[in-house]
Design a binder for this molecule. Structure first.
Ligand SMILES: NC(=O)c1ccc[n+]([C@@H]2O[C@H](COP(=O)([O-])OP(=O)(O)OC[C@H]3O[C@@H](n4cnc5c(N)ncnc54)[C@H](O)[C@@H]3O)[C@@H](O)[C@H]2O)c1
Length: 260
């Protein structure tokens, strides 16, 4: 039996590195997937890949920093399907200065990146949570999964970035730490309505990083090192499925032991 048979699952940031694989894995498990992204063109490309396998997916535009846009997404999916079971937020908004080292981060950039990412995640979770609460008087539940990161709960290991232009941005620590606690708050708030809220925190994901970094990172893991998006999908399916129906307010870390 499929894990998500017939469920309506909205994946925001569904055209991204992780989001795209989440859409494919959910559709393969029987979900009716809404690939929601700021780039409608990229979302439509994901839909083509899924429907080519005879599975269900549709594209929808959304900007997670715009209340009217998020509300329009909810209204459109509700109208087309008559219900929504889950929303996953895997968008990664950032401003052009994002990714600088600590001494170069301005106050304005710090605030803007927190607003875009942490603020956007809050907005999607709040609007969908209220919709789930209202849906059939709250009796049908609903599930929200926000993408976190290992860097939401561990100190950065700056040494793994040595010799590369990469770093672990200070905004990221604040955003992802904030998401872990936001999830606890929302899970408690929506608990009486049976709405579940969880955080899924991946370790580093392979994406053409320099070899020296990959080797330094791998030395802290159980042997795999950086993971692929497919290594994370199983944990997402668990959180969205009935197997995870009693799990709420949690931060599920999938990182091959890097954060230990
Ligand atoms: N890639 C990693 O190594 C890694 C590791 C741990 C956690 N994460 C987290 O996973 C999530 C996804 O990361 P990714 O690497 O797939 O990112 P990505 O940049 O590959 O994709 C993000 C997607 O979000 C969309 N997007 C950006 N701004 C948006 C907005 N305002 N509204 C709607 N959509 C918007 C983009 O169009 C893109 O399709 C993020 O929360 C990230 O922090 C990523």
């Amino acid at each position: 039996m499929s894990m998500l048979g017939g469920k309506v699952v909205v994946i925001v940031g569904g055209a991204g590195l992780l989001g795209r694989r989440f859409c494919m894995a959910s559709a393969a498990e029987g979900a009716r997937v809404v690939v929601a992204d700021r780039s409608l063109e990229a979302a439509e490309a994901v839909v083509r890949d899924i429907t080519a396998h005879g599975q269900h997916a549709e594209a929808a535009p959304v900007d997670i920093t715009d209340t009217a846009s998020v509300d329009a997404l909810i209204a459109g999916v509700q109208q087309r399907h008559g219900r929504i079971d889950s929303v996953v937020v895997s968008a990664y908004p950032r401003n052009p200065q994002y990714g600088r080292k600590l001494d170069q981060v301005t106050y304005a950039d710090f605030c803007e990146n927190l607003g875009l990412h942490l603020g956007g995640y809050f907005l999607v979770a709040q609007r969908f949570g209220l919709h789930f609460q209202q849906q059939a008087g709250g009796s049908t539940g609903g599930s929200i999964v926000l993408l976190g990161s290992i860097y939401g709960s561990m100190a950065p290991r700056f040494e793994v970035y040595e010799g590369t232009p990469m770093t672990m941005p200070v905004e990221y620590a604040a955003i992802k730490g904030g998401i872990v606690q936001l999830v606890r708050y929302l899970a408690q708030w929506f608990k009486p309505a049976g709405v579940r809220v969880n955080c899924l925190s991946p370790g580093g994901i392979l994406d053409k990083q320099p070899e020296s970094f990959l080797a330094a990172y791998k030395a802290h893991t159980a042997g795999t090192g950086m993971l692929s998006p497919d290594d994370i999908s199983g944990a997402l399916l668990f959180l969205l499925s009935d197997a995870g129906r009693h799990v709420t307010g949690q931060n599920l870390i999938v990182d091959d032991g890097f954060s230990l």
